[in-house]
Design a protein around this ligand. Sequence first.
Ligand SMILES: Cc1cc2nc3c(=O)[nH]c(=O)nc-3n(C[C@H](O)[C@H](O)[C@H](O)COP(=O)(O)OP(=O)(O)OC[C@H]3O[C@@H](n4cnc5c(N)ncnc54)[C@H](O)[C@@H]3O)c2cc1C
Length: 420
Amino acid sequence: MQDHHVVVVGGGFGGVQCANDLKGAPVRITMIDRRNHHLFQPLLYQVATTLLATSEIAWPIRNFFRDRPEVTTLLAEVIGVDSAAHEVLLKNGQKISYDTLVLATGATHAYFGHDEWEPVAPGLKTLEDATTIRRRLLLAFEQAELETDPAVREALLTFVIVGAGPTGVELAGIISELARTTLPREFRNIDTRKAKILLVEAGPRVLPAFAQELSDYAQKELELLGVEVRFGKPVTSCSTEGVTIGDSFVPCRTIVWAAGVEASPAAKWLGIPADRAGRAIVDKDLRAPGQDDIFIIGDTAAVMRDDGSPVPGIAPAAKQQGAYVARVIKAKLAGKAAAGPFHYRHQGSLATIGKSAAIIDFGWLKLKGWLAWWVWGLAHIYFLIGVRWRIAVAWSWLWIYISRQHSARLITQRESIREE
Ligand SMILES: Cc1cc2nc3c(=O)[nH]c(=O)nc-3n(C[C@H](O)[C@H](O)[C@H](O)COP(=O)(O)OP(=O)(O)OC[C@H]3O[C@@H](n4cnc5c(N)ncnc54)[C@H](O)[C@@H]3O)c2cc1C
């Protein structure tokens, strides 16, 4: 057993990469996560929209480390850090001491001061969120089939997605395809093709992080899929009856929140400065300011690129940071010189619109249409963990293309807010 104890909090992209890259180092590692699974968040929207099953995009964290006796995995929630005592505080009252601490606890969606909207407008961050959204989508169609009042039926068949970043665009495109191609033959009293899919964006365009021409293309593709995009007005209220956009009320029963990001409270745990989204402002080597033995990585850290722009909150950035911190720890333990500051390498931005179009911005090359979709699909299959899951997802996608049927359409949990 090694003496130096590295505690990694968060088994997401950053934390797992760090633990993986510490393989062979003279350390013992404790990996703590409040969920028992690592989640491939980029495909969460496919669970929410019935394309994939939960088990196709999430894997037990302890299974990753089954052949690494130096790694202990704990299912526990961290609620604080006592940096003076070198201890991580768990919700159950236990304390875990560390020599080096890596905080990789990610981020969640933000409601801009309106957390009361969350029950009616769930965001998409966890498997539970995805299955909640899936259940609400499917129940809306089921209830519309039973409903005799045309106004209520119309509200049931109106789906509002708030925020036109990649997640909002992906959700809107697939919900529209579900209503227009998969469901019509299965319902008798309603025409699911008449479902209204409304994508609401307070800014002037969809996918604002992409070049204007790609954003214009994405909007055109969404409209071809039957999605109505509304720009320039924020959502000002959400309720079980509908949503208010600016000052106009839209009756609807299903709202999905895809706007805003709020980092996990790692900065608060340490009492260090954070940016507006709550991300801890870290040193150039990803250390918490003034803390030689605490690193903060991924979505919970505010890291700047060499040109002063922020490193984006995406999976490759978290993985690069996890790999970098592992190098720093190894160098330190080997008595070698520090690794120098962290440099982020942007590999490109990708987003899909429905099941056959995507946009990709590599900087030096911009792609759109079906070719971009294939690149997007292959990239995602490549980054999935394990051959078995790559084959499973590839097969699920192939089947959807051949049959045009979404297979993961089971309603498995009851939910009082909608069903009573
Ligand atoms: C819907 C959606 C779609 C996305 N699509 C893309 C995409 O297409 N491409 C892309 O590159 N990126 C995408 N992202 C962003 C990407 O998933 C994140 O940037 C990435 O997951 C960040 O990695 P991380 O390690 O910082 O955090 P995460 O991967 O979020 O992992 C954080 C981990 O910490 C755990 N945790 C949190 N708090 C605690 C606590 N208090 N105690 C114990 N454990 C805790 C969580 O359970 C989680 O396992 C998407 C994100 C979402 C939500």
